[in-house]
Design a protein around this ligand. Structure first.
Ligand SMILES: NC(=O)c1ccc[n+]([C@@H]2O[C@H](COP(=O)([O-])OP(=O)(O)OC[C@H]3O[C@@H](n4cnc5c(N)ncnc54)[C@H](OP(=O)(O)O)[C@@H]3O)[C@@H](O)[C@H]2O)c1
Length: 199
């Protein structure tokens, strides 16, 4: 049997009633994260989407009909939720705070690009180093890395400089934070504000 790579909406699917604490959204863009593969197989909703609020339950105070992303286009917004959650949760779990230093491995990837920006702009770290392939070194610098390491030429294990947090260093006793919708918005606001100031 031939399978289509495109997910289609079932025209027979009934729009659910909105309960008191729920919102109904019209999805404009969705992004695929590896973890979504498992959820699609189980026919569950994915994590990454950007939408417009079309209905809110009576108890919902933080959102209203018509709410949508403001500073980002829908595609950009849809790419962020899970990687942002992962990067933020990781930095928080590592117990990072103002003035500390960090080494990000895979700095040009989804989690890495956000980890660098969050480390500098939200956690206030004094020094952030990151690794990438040769073609992404400029990107690391533009994102705010103080030191960009080419993993095709240098092994991070040979660095003389030591960092407060690097690979495999975290504090498992810190529970992983799950950001609320407003938590995500606040962090995004701080990131986009710092980018506006750079322009
Ligand atoms: N994405 C999520 O939401 C999420 C959630 C939970 C856990 N994770 C985990 O977090 C990790 C990173 O995920 P990601 O989504 O950020 O991946 P990604 O976007 O695919 O990025 C991975 C990065 O790894 C670098 N890389 C590839 N080969 C390398 C090598 N041989 N040596 C050093 N670096 C190399 C690449 O750098 P260059 O492009 O510069 O070559 C690439 O940018 C994965 O282990 C993933 O399972 C991700």
């Amino acid at each position: 049997m031939e399978t289509s790579p495109v997910l289609r909406v079932d025209p027979e699917f009934e729009v659910p009633e909105v309960q008191e604490g729920q919102v109904l959204v019209k999805v404009v863009a969705a992004a695929h994260n590896p973890v979504d593969t498992m959820r699609v197989i189980k026919a569950e909703l994915g994590y990454n989407l950007a939408s417009i609020v079309v209905k809110v339950g009576r108890e919902v105070k933080e959102l209203k009909v018509g709410d949508e992303p403001k500073k980002l286009i829908f595609k950009e917004a849809a790419s962020l939720p899970l990687v942002l959650q992962t990067a933020y949760g990781g930095l928080e779990r590592a117990g990072l705070s103002l003035g500390k230093s960090l080494l990000v491995l895979g700095g040009a990837g989804g989690v890495g690009t956000l980890s660098i920006q969050l480390a500098k702009e939200v956690f206030g770290l004094s020094r952030v180093a990151a690794t990438s392939g040769t073609g992404n070194l400029d990107l690391l610098k533009r994102l705010g890395a103080d030191l960009a390491i080419d993993y095709t030429k240098d092994n991070f294990k040979d660095l003389s400089e030591k960092f407060d947090v690097g690979k495999h260093e975290h504090k498992p006793q810190h529970p992983l934070t799950f950001l609320t919708f407003h938590g995500l918005c606040e962090i995004l606001h701080r990131l986009t504000k710092s980018q506006d100031e750079l322009l």
